[in-house]
Design a protein around this ligand. Structure first.
Ligand SMILES: Nc1nc2c(ncn2[C@@H]2O[C@H](COP(=O)(O)OP(=O)(O)O)[C@@H](O)[C@H]2O)c(=O)[nH]1
Ligand SMILES: [Mg+2]
Length: 281
């Protein structure tokens, strides 16, 4: 018998999956995410945000069979991973939210750790491929690795002490993420930096967790097509961040952790914490 859909009040975690032309990779990724989410002691719903797809990505989601983890579809008119994640986050209502890539390049064991930390009161929990305990299988080209090196250096000057702003696995206190998403302007792949910077500016701390990450063939990122826009986006974020720091503008801190409705479910993990003044603990 099909169970009735969860109401917004019952939902604990909403996971956004941005997807552009992912008809090939999404079925496997979504199946893995649903299977993992069903093992969590929290109710989870998945929202795939499709934009700019010219393949049957949306049909994959529309035809997704009903199961314990509901899978919804949101369509965006304008392409760009940043716009898609922003729209997805703004459409959520759950106390905890997050996003992961359609290829599930980050091993989903990180979901256990991330949700435990959120429940324990951590406001932003992000996967990092740069921590000592992380295991990374990467097949990227030399050009992409060189670009990533420069990107990381600039990003670390905006999100102090971050070891990896670009891992597509990030989870948040829901109200915080919705507030941070509202101010996002970066349409493309550099949006993660702006999102983290917005969370820090709102007074949150960022907890990095090590991940097991593998390159999955079929990347939608092209060094030749996307690099210029990525660095333009990063430059704009840097300038805005500088201007806001100089003008002393700060949002109202709104970052009380969600009610500890699931208290007692915490576990020590290897992690690093980033704060708005750049202190890592
Ligand atoms: N909705 C949407 N998703 C996108 C867009 N561009 C990239 N994505 C998604 O962003 C995620 C990360 O992209 P991916 O191709 O795995 O990049 P890589 O791992 O950095 O090589 C995937 O789920 C993509 O489908 C876009 O324009 N719109
Ligand atoms: Mg990927």
């Amino acid at each position: 018998m099909k169970s009735p859909p969860l109401t917004a009040q019952q939902l604990a975690v909403e996971i956004i999956v941005p997807a552009r032309n992912e008809a090939d990779r999404l079925p496997e990724g979504l199946a893995a995410l649903c299977a993992k989410a069903a093992t969590l002691p929290l109710s989870v719903a998945i929202l795939v945000v499709d934009s700019g797809s010219t393949d049957s990505t949306a049909d994959v989601v529309r035809r997704w069979p009903a199961g314990p983890v509901p899978v919804g579809l949101l369509r965006c008119d304008r392409p760009g991973k940043g716009l898609a994640v922003r729209a997805g986050l703004l459409a959520t209502q759950a106390p905890f939210v997050g996003f992961c890539d359609a290829d599930m390049a980050t091993d989903l064991s990180a979901l256990d750790v991330a949700t435990r930390l959120l429940v324990a009161g951590h406001q932003v929990v992000i996967g990092s491929r740069g921590l000592r305990e992380s295991v990374v299988q990467s097949r990227s080209s030399l050009a992409r690795r060189a670009g990533a090196f420069v990107f990381r250096a600039v990003a670390a000057s905006i999100v102090a002490d971050s070891t990896d702003t670009q891992c597509g696995f990030k989870f948040f206190d829901g109200p915080l993420a919705r507030m941070a998403a509202g101010s996002l302007r970066t349409a493309g792949f550099a949006f993660d930096v702006e999102l983290l910077e917005a969370c820090l500016r709102l007074g949150a701390t960022v907890t990095e967790i090590p991940v097991q990450w593998r390159d999955v063939t079929g990347s939608t990122f092209s060094v030749s097509r996307h690099s210029a826009a990525v660095f333009r986006g990063l430059g704009s974020i840097w300038l805005r961040s500088l201007a806001e720091t100089v003008s002393g503008r700060n949002e109202d801190p709104t970052t009380e952790a969600s009610p500890a409705a699931y208290a007692g479910w915490a576990m020590p993990v290897a992690s690093a914490k980033l704060t708005s003044d750049g202190a890592a603990s």
